[in-house]
Design a protein around this ligand. Structure first.
Ligand code: GTP
Length: 360
Protein backbone atom coordinates (compact mmCIF):
# COMPACT_ATOMS: atom_id res chain seq x y z
CA UNK A 1 0.00 0.00 0.00
CA UNK A 2 1.35 3.43 -0.90
CA UNK A 3 1.04 6.03 1.81
CA UNK A 4 1.65 9.74 1.95
CA UNK A 5 2.20 12.66 4.29
CA UNK A 6 0.52 15.96 3.47
CA UNK A 7 2.16 19.01 5.06
CA UNK A 8 -0.41 21.63 5.97
CA UNK A 9 1.04 23.87 8.59
CA UNK A 10 3.81 26.29 9.21
CA UNK A 11 3.36 29.65 10.73
CA UNK A 12 0.30 30.36 8.66
CA UNK A 13 1.52 33.85 7.85
CA UNK A 14 0.66 33.55 4.22
CA UNK A 15 -3.00 33.10 5.10
CA UNK A 16 -3.37 36.62 6.36
CA UNK A 17 -3.43 38.53 3.07
CA UNK A 18 -6.55 36.62 2.11
CA UNK A 19 -8.74 38.59 4.54
CA UNK A 20 -11.43 35.93 4.10
CA UNK A 21 -12.15 33.84 7.18
CA UNK A 22 -11.74 30.34 5.80
CA UNK A 23 -8.19 29.05 6.24
CA UNK A 24 -6.50 28.74 2.87
CA UNK A 25 -6.35 24.93 2.63
CA UNK A 26 -10.14 24.88 3.14
CA UNK A 27 -10.87 27.80 0.82
CA UNK A 28 -12.90 26.58 -2.14
CA UNK A 29 -10.87 26.19 -5.32
CA UNK A 30 -13.11 25.16 -8.20
CA UNK A 31 -15.94 24.64 -5.73
CA UNK A 32 -14.32 22.35 -3.13
CA UNK A 33 -11.78 23.01 -0.35
CA UNK A 34 -8.36 23.22 -1.97
CA UNK A 35 -7.04 20.28 0.06
CA UNK A 36 -9.64 18.04 -1.61
CA UNK A 37 -7.80 18.32 -4.92
CA UNK A 38 -4.54 17.14 -3.40
CA UNK A 39 -6.21 14.28 -1.56
CA UNK A 40 -8.15 13.21 -4.65
CA UNK A 41 -5.08 13.36 -6.89
CA UNK A 42 -3.11 11.23 -4.45
CA UNK A 43 -5.96 8.72 -4.27
CA UNK A 44 -6.17 8.57 -8.07
CA UNK A 45 -2.45 7.72 -8.09
CA UNK A 46 -3.03 4.74 -5.81
CA UNK A 47 -2.34 6.28 -2.40
CA UNK A 48 -4.62 4.81 0.26
CA UNK A 49 -3.32 6.13 3.58
CA UNK A 50 -2.55 9.82 4.16
CA UNK A 51 -1.32 11.46 7.34
CA UNK A 52 -2.13 15.16 7.51
CA UNK A 53 0.72 16.84 9.37
CA UNK A 54 -0.49 20.15 10.67
CA UNK A 55 0.51 22.72 13.22
CA UNK A 56 -2.54 24.95 13.26
CA UNK A 57 -6.26 24.96 12.64
CA UNK A 58 -6.35 21.18 12.73
CA UNK A 59 -9.87 21.47 14.05
CA UNK A 60 -11.14 22.61 10.65
CA UNK A 61 -9.78 19.66 8.69
CA UNK A 62 -11.04 16.69 10.66
CA UNK A 63 -14.73 17.69 10.84
CA UNK A 64 -14.75 18.10 7.06
CA UNK A 65 -12.62 15.19 5.82
CA UNK A 66 -13.22 12.82 8.74
CA UNK A 67 -11.63 9.40 8.28
CA UNK A 68 -11.25 10.10 4.54
CA UNK A 69 -13.60 7.31 3.48
CA UNK A 70 -15.71 9.68 1.34
CA UNK A 71 -12.58 10.07 -0.81
CA UNK A 72 -11.70 6.38 -0.62
CA UNK A 73 -8.83 7.17 1.72
CA UNK A 74 -7.76 6.33 5.23
CA UNK A 75 -6.91 9.73 6.73
CA UNK A 76 -5.12 10.52 9.98
CA UNK A 77 -4.37 13.88 11.58
CA UNK A 78 -1.35 14.86 13.66
CA UNK A 79 -1.05 18.35 15.16
CA UNK A 80 2.28 19.78 16.33
CA UNK A 81 2.26 21.74 19.56
CA UNK A 82 4.70 24.21 18.01
CA UNK A 83 5.42 24.34 14.26
CA UNK A 84 8.28 21.89 13.62
CA UNK A 85 9.17 23.01 10.09
CA UNK A 86 8.82 20.74 7.08
CA UNK A 87 11.34 18.08 8.20
CA UNK A 88 10.20 18.19 11.81
CA UNK A 89 6.58 17.77 10.72
CA UNK A 90 7.50 14.74 8.61
CA UNK A 91 9.45 13.14 11.49
CA UNK A 92 6.63 13.91 13.89
CA UNK A 93 4.20 11.63 12.03
CA UNK A 94 6.65 8.74 11.49
CA UNK A 95 4.92 6.58 14.11
CA UNK A 96 1.70 6.67 12.04
CA UNK A 97 3.35 5.19 8.95
CA UNK A 98 2.85 1.54 8.15
CA UNK A 99 5.56 1.23 5.47
CA UNK A 100 8.62 -0.92 6.06
CA UNK A 101 12.11 0.65 6.30
CA UNK A 102 12.88 0.33 2.58
CA UNK A 103 9.44 1.22 1.32
CA UNK A 104 8.60 4.57 -0.33
CA UNK A 105 6.55 7.26 1.41
CA UNK A 106 5.16 10.17 -0.59
CA UNK A 107 5.29 13.67 0.85
CA UNK A 108 3.40 16.68 -0.49
CA UNK A 109 3.56 20.34 0.40
CA UNK A 110 0.01 21.44 1.08
CA UNK A 111 0.05 24.70 -0.85
CA UNK A 112 1.00 23.51 -4.32
CA UNK A 113 -1.31 22.91 -7.25
CA UNK A 114 0.32 20.65 -9.80
CA UNK A 115 -0.29 18.20 -12.58
CA UNK A 116 2.58 16.03 -11.33
CA UNK A 117 2.40 12.41 -12.46
CA UNK A 118 2.67 10.99 -8.96
CA UNK A 119 3.10 7.44 -10.27
CA UNK A 120 6.03 8.56 -12.41
CA UNK A 121 7.75 10.04 -9.35
CA UNK A 122 7.29 6.76 -7.45
CA UNK A 123 8.65 4.82 -10.43
CA UNK A 124 11.63 7.17 -10.76
CA UNK A 125 12.35 6.52 -7.11
CA UNK A 126 12.16 2.75 -7.55
CA UNK A 127 14.29 2.54 -10.69
CA UNK A 128 16.97 4.95 -9.49
CA UNK A 129 17.24 3.31 -6.07
CA UNK A 130 17.41 6.78 -4.50
CA UNK A 131 17.07 7.57 -0.80
CA UNK A 132 14.88 10.56 -1.64
CA UNK A 133 13.34 11.54 -4.98
CA UNK A 134 12.16 15.09 -5.60
CA UNK A 135 9.83 16.63 -8.12
CA UNK A 136 11.61 19.61 -9.68
CA UNK A 137 10.01 22.24 -11.85
CA UNK A 138 11.56 24.87 -14.12
CA UNK A 139 10.69 28.50 -13.54
CA UNK A 140 11.34 31.51 -15.73
CA UNK A 141 12.68 33.64 -12.92
CA UNK A 142 14.37 31.46 -10.30
CA UNK A 143 15.52 34.38 -8.13
CA UNK A 144 12.78 33.89 -5.56
CA UNK A 145 13.53 30.20 -5.04
CA UNK A 146 16.16 27.84 -3.70
CA UNK A 147 17.79 26.11 -6.69
CA UNK A 148 18.25 22.36 -7.19
CA UNK A 149 20.84 21.52 -9.87
CA UNK A 150 21.10 17.93 -11.11
CA UNK A 151 23.72 16.00 -13.13
CA UNK A 152 23.14 14.29 -16.48
CA UNK A 153 21.55 11.29 -14.74
CA UNK A 154 19.14 13.50 -12.80
CA UNK A 155 20.99 13.10 -9.52
CA UNK A 156 20.79 16.18 -7.29
CA UNK A 157 24.19 17.83 -6.88
CA UNK A 158 23.37 20.69 -4.49
CA UNK A 159 20.71 22.68 -2.69
CA UNK A 160 21.41 26.35 -3.22
CA UNK A 161 19.87 29.23 -1.30
CA UNK A 162 18.02 31.94 -3.23
CA UNK A 163 20.51 33.33 -5.77
CA UNK A 164 21.68 36.89 -5.02
CA UNK A 165 23.67 37.50 -8.22
CA UNK A 166 23.20 36.43 -11.88
CA UNK A 167 26.25 34.13 -11.58
CA UNK A 168 24.51 32.23 -8.81
CA UNK A 169 21.65 31.28 -11.13
CA UNK A 170 23.21 27.97 -12.17
CA UNK A 171 19.90 26.29 -13.03
CA UNK A 172 16.22 27.13 -13.48
CA UNK A 173 15.19 24.02 -11.53
CA UNK A 174 13.46 24.47 -8.20
CA UNK A 175 12.01 22.19 -5.54
CA UNK A 176 8.38 21.63 -6.55
CA UNK A 177 7.28 20.39 -3.13
CA UNK A 178 6.58 16.69 -3.78
CA UNK A 179 8.94 13.94 -2.65
CA UNK A 180 9.33 10.23 -2.20
CA UNK A 181 11.34 9.34 0.90
CA UNK A 182 12.65 5.90 1.73
CA UNK A 183 10.90 5.25 5.06
CA UNK A 184 14.18 4.79 6.95
CA UNK A 185 15.27 8.31 5.90
CA UNK A 186 12.20 9.73 7.67
CA UNK A 187 13.05 7.83 10.86
CA UNK A 188 16.57 9.31 10.79
CA UNK A 189 15.35 12.94 10.91
CA UNK A 190 15.96 14.31 14.43
CA UNK A 191 12.78 14.22 16.50
CA UNK A 192 11.26 16.86 18.74
CA UNK A 193 12.78 20.01 17.27
CA UNK A 194 12.21 22.19 14.20
CA UNK A 195 13.91 20.88 11.06
CA UNK A 196 13.74 22.26 7.52
CA UNK A 197 14.07 19.68 4.75
CA UNK A 198 15.50 22.21 2.31
CA UNK A 199 17.98 23.83 4.66
CA UNK A 200 18.94 20.86 6.82
CA UNK A 201 17.73 17.38 5.83
CA UNK A 202 18.54 17.50 2.10
CA UNK A 203 21.95 19.25 2.39
CA UNK A 204 22.95 16.87 5.23
CA UNK A 205 21.92 13.84 3.18
CA UNK A 206 23.96 15.08 0.21
CA UNK A 207 26.97 15.72 2.42
CA UNK A 208 26.69 12.17 3.77
CA UNK A 209 26.74 10.77 0.21
CA UNK A 210 23.06 9.85 0.00
CA UNK A 211 21.36 9.51 -3.37
CA UNK A 212 18.85 12.28 -4.06
CA UNK A 213 17.16 11.93 -7.42
CA UNK A 214 15.42 14.76 -9.24
CA UNK A 215 12.50 14.31 -11.60
CA UNK A 216 12.17 17.41 -13.78
CA UNK A 217 9.08 17.92 -15.87
CA UNK A 218 7.10 20.75 -17.39
CA UNK A 219 3.68 19.84 -16.02
CA UNK A 220 1.33 22.45 -14.54
CA UNK A 221 2.77 23.86 -11.30
CA UNK A 222 1.63 26.75 -9.14
CA UNK A 223 2.58 27.82 -5.62
CA UNK A 224 -0.61 29.14 -4.05
CA UNK A 225 1.25 31.47 -1.73
CA UNK A 226 -0.67 34.61 -2.61
CA UNK A 227 -4.40 35.33 -3.02
CA UNK A 228 -3.71 36.13 -6.67
CA UNK A 229 -2.13 32.73 -7.19
CA UNK A 230 -5.03 31.09 -5.38
CA UNK A 231 -7.60 32.69 -7.69
CA UNK A 232 -5.46 31.72 -10.68
CA UNK A 233 -5.23 28.13 -9.43
CA UNK A 234 -8.98 27.87 -8.97
CA UNK A 235 -9.56 29.20 -12.49
CA UNK A 236 -7.00 26.76 -13.92
CA UNK A 237 -8.80 23.86 -12.21
CA UNK A 238 -12.09 24.95 -13.77
CA UNK A 239 -10.48 25.42 -17.18
CA UNK A 240 -8.88 21.96 -16.93
CA UNK A 241 -5.34 23.31 -17.13
CA UNK A 242 -4.67 21.96 -13.65
CA UNK A 243 -5.96 18.39 -13.64
CA UNK A 244 -7.98 17.23 -10.62
CA UNK A 245 -10.57 14.49 -10.27
CA UNK A 246 -12.26 16.54 -7.55
CA UNK A 247 -13.60 19.35 -9.75
CA UNK A 248 -17.39 19.05 -9.33
CA UNK A 249 -18.62 19.06 -12.89
CA UNK A 250 -17.15 19.26 -16.34
CA UNK A 251 -14.23 21.56 -17.00
CA UNK A 252 -14.97 24.63 -19.05
CA UNK A 253 -15.06 28.40 -19.01
CA UNK A 254 -17.05 28.58 -15.78
CA UNK A 255 -18.34 26.54 -12.88
CA UNK A 256 -21.71 27.49 -11.41
CA UNK A 257 -22.51 25.57 -8.25
CA UNK A 258 -26.03 24.34 -7.47
CA UNK A 259 -28.33 27.01 -6.00
CA UNK A 260 -26.29 29.87 -7.47
CA UNK A 261 -28.31 32.18 -9.70
CA UNK A 262 -26.84 33.93 -12.70
CA UNK A 263 -28.72 36.45 -14.85
CA UNK A 264 -28.99 35.17 -18.43
CA UNK A 265 -26.94 37.99 -19.91
CA UNK A 266 -24.16 37.96 -17.31
CA UNK A 267 -20.87 36.90 -18.86
CA UNK A 268 -18.74 34.43 -16.90
CA UNK A 269 -15.42 33.41 -18.42
CA UNK A 270 -11.81 32.43 -17.71
CA UNK A 271 -12.56 29.69 -15.17
CA UNK A 272 -14.85 31.79 -12.96
CA UNK A 273 -16.55 29.91 -10.11
CA UNK A 274 -19.88 31.02 -8.66
CA UNK A 275 -20.48 29.49 -5.21
CA UNK A 276 -23.69 28.11 -3.77
CA UNK A 277 -26.43 30.64 -3.15
CA UNK A 278 -24.45 33.41 -4.86
CA UNK A 279 -26.22 35.78 -7.25
CA UNK A 280 -24.80 37.44 -10.36
CA UNK A 281 -26.85 40.31 -11.78
CA UNK A 282 -27.70 41.28 -15.33
CA UNK A 283 -24.87 42.32 -17.58
CA UNK A 284 -22.16 41.63 -15.00
CA UNK A 285 -18.88 40.51 -16.54
CA UNK A 286 -16.77 38.17 -14.43
CA UNK A 287 -13.46 36.79 -15.62
CA UNK A 288 -11.05 34.37 -13.90
CA UNK A 289 -12.58 35.03 -10.48
CA UNK A 290 -13.82 33.04 -7.50
CA UNK A 291 -17.18 34.15 -6.11
CA UNK A 292 -17.76 32.41 -2.77
CA UNK A 293 -21.08 31.20 -1.40
CA UNK A 294 -23.96 33.64 -1.00
CA UNK A 295 -22.08 36.62 -2.45
CA UNK A 296 -24.05 39.11 -4.56
CA UNK A 297 -22.63 40.82 -7.64
CA UNK A 298 -25.00 43.48 -8.90
CA UNK A 299 -25.81 44.34 -12.53
CA UNK A 300 -23.08 45.82 -14.66
CA UNK A 301 -20.22 45.03 -12.27
CA UNK A 302 -16.93 44.03 -13.89
CA UNK A 303 -14.87 41.58 -11.82
CA UNK A 304 -11.53 40.25 -13.03
CA UNK A 305 -9.00 37.93 -11.33
CA UNK A 306 -10.58 38.58 -7.92
CA UNK A 307 -11.71 36.64 -4.88
CA UNK A 308 -15.16 37.72 -3.71
CA UNK A 309 -15.76 36.52 -0.14
CA UNK A 310 -18.71 34.59 1.22
CA UNK A 311 -21.89 36.66 1.70
CA UNK A 312 -20.15 39.78 0.43
CA UNK A 313 -21.73 42.37 -1.86
CA UNK A 314 -20.42 44.05 -5.01
CA UNK A 315 -22.54 46.99 -6.11
CA UNK A 316 -23.75 47.86 -9.59
CA UNK A 317 -21.13 48.97 -12.13
CA UNK A 318 -18.30 48.50 -9.64
CA UNK A 319 -15.00 47.48 -11.24
CA UNK A 320 -12.71 45.07 -9.38
CA UNK A 321 -9.46 43.71 -10.77
CA UNK A 322 -6.95 41.69 -8.75
CA UNK A 323 -8.92 42.36 -5.56
CA UNK A 324 -9.89 40.33 -2.49
CA UNK A 325 -13.26 41.25 -0.99
CA UNK A 326 -13.49 39.80 2.51
CA UNK A 327 -16.41 37.72 3.78
CA UNK A 328 -19.47 39.82 4.51
CA UNK A 329 -17.92 43.03 3.13
CA UNK A 330 -19.94 45.51 1.06
CA UNK A 331 -18.44 47.39 -1.85
CA UNK A 332 -21.12 49.86 -2.92
CA UNK A 333 -22.01 50.76 -6.50
CA UNK A 334 -19.66 52.67 -8.83
CA UNK A 335 -16.36 51.94 -7.09
CA UNK A 336 -13.15 50.99 -8.81
CA UNK A 337 -10.55 48.90 -6.97
CA UNK A 338 -7.48 47.51 -8.64
CA UNK A 339 -4.52 45.17 -8.20
CA UNK A 340 -3.69 44.48 -4.60
CA UNK A 341 -6.72 46.06 -2.95
CA UNK A 342 -7.99 44.04 0.03
CA UNK A 343 -11.40 44.81 1.51
CA UNK A 344 -11.55 43.58 5.11
CA UNK A 345 -14.24 41.16 6.21
CA UNK A 346 -17.50 43.00 7.03
CA UNK A 347 -16.11 46.38 5.90
CA UNK A 348 -18.53 48.73 4.20
CA UNK A 349 -17.39 50.88 1.30
CA UNK A 350 -20.16 53.32 0.39
CA UNK A 351 -21.20 53.83 -3.23
CA UNK A 352 -18.87 55.92 -5.38
CA UNK A 353 -16.10 56.12 -2.74
CA UNK A 354 -12.99 55.06 -4.61
CA UNK A 355 -11.82 55.36 -8.13
CA UNK A 356 -8.41 54.25 -9.30
CA UNK A 357 -5.97 56.47 -11.12
CA UNK A 358 -2.35 55.76 -11.87
CA UNK A 359 -1.85 59.51 -12.51
CA UNK A 360 0.13 58.73 -15.59
P1 GTP B 1 10.91 24.89 6.36
O1 GTP B 1 11.47 24.10 5.22
O2 GTP B 1 10.55 24.02 7.52
O3 GTP B 1 11.71 26.08 6.76
O4 GTP B 1 9.58 25.50 5.86
P2 GTP B 1 9.39 26.51 4.66
O5 GTP B 1 8.88 27.80 5.24
O6 GTP B 1 10.54 26.53 3.75
O7 GTP B 1 8.26 25.72 3.96
P3 GTP B 1 7.19 26.33 3.02
O8 GTP B 1 6.68 27.59 3.60
O9 GTP B 1 7.70 26.27 1.63
O10 GTP B 1 6.08 25.24 3.22
C1 GTP B 1 6.10 24.01 2.58
C2 GTP B 1 4.90 23.21 3.04
O11 GTP B 1 5.15 22.73 4.34
C3 GTP B 1 3.62 24.01 3.11
O12 GTP B 1 2.55 23.18 2.72
C4 GTP B 1 3.50 24.38 4.57
O13 GTP B 1 2.13 24.46 4.95
C5 GTP B 1 4.17 23.19 5.23
N1 GTP B 1 4.87 23.56 6.45
C6 GTP B 1 5.83 24.51 6.62
N2 GTP B 1 6.23 24.56 7.89
C7 GTP B 1 5.52 23.61 8.57
C8 GTP B 1 5.45 23.19 9.93
O14 GTP B 1 6.13 23.72 10.81
N3 GTP B 1 4.58 22.18 10.24
C9 GTP B 1 3.79 21.59 9.29
N4 GTP B 1 2.97 20.61 9.67
N5 GTP B 1 3.82 21.97 8.00
C10 GTP B 1 4.66 22.95 7.63
Amino acid sequence: MTEAILLVGGKGTRLRPLTVRTPKPMLPAAGVPFLTHQLARARAAGVEHIVLATSYLAEVFEPYFGDGSALGLSLEYVTEREPLGTGGAIRNVASRLTSGPDEPVLIFNGDILTGLDIGALVRTHATSGADVSLHLTRVEDPRAFGLVPTDAAGRVTAFLEKPQTPEEIVTDQINAGAYVFRRSVIDAIPAGRPVSVERETFPDLLAAGAHLQGMVDSTYWLDLGTPQAFVQGSADLVLGRAPSPAVPGRCGDRLILPTASVAPDAKLTGGTVVGEGAHIGAGARITGSTILDNAVVEPGAVVTDSLIGAASYVGARTVLSGVVVGDGARVGADNELREGARVWCDANLPAASIRFSSDE
